[in-house]
Design a protein. Structure first.
Length: 91
């Protein structure tokens, strides 16, 4: 399922750690935005990471699931790819 993850993290060390962590799941499409093609288990892993590693009183992470019908209606102005445009092979 295509999932959009956005974050606003106050501490630079936690911010960099989050960015590195999310690289394992998807494509960084903007400074604090990742587009991922992930399953429910991956979402659970991300939520666990947030609970365990972030300051939930000051940091924010939002996870938006995007249905297959809606992803085809995404409009990009300027540069960028949709995660569905990537060709990749899982080994």
């Amino acid at each position: 399922m295509i999932t959009l993850i956005t974050y606003d993290i106050t501490d630079p060390k936690r911010l960099n750690a989050m960015r590195q962590f999310l690289k394992e799941f998807g494509l960084r499409t903007q400074k604090s935005v990742f587009e991922c093609d992930i399953d429910e288990e991956a979402i659970r892993q991300i939520r666990f990471y947030c609970k365990d590693q972030l300051d939930l009183d000051n940091d924010s992470v939002r996870i938006y699931r995007i249905c297959s019908r809606c992803i085809n209606r995404v409009i990009i102005s300027g540069q960028g790819l949709k995660v569905t445009q990537l060709d990749y092979l899982i080994v």
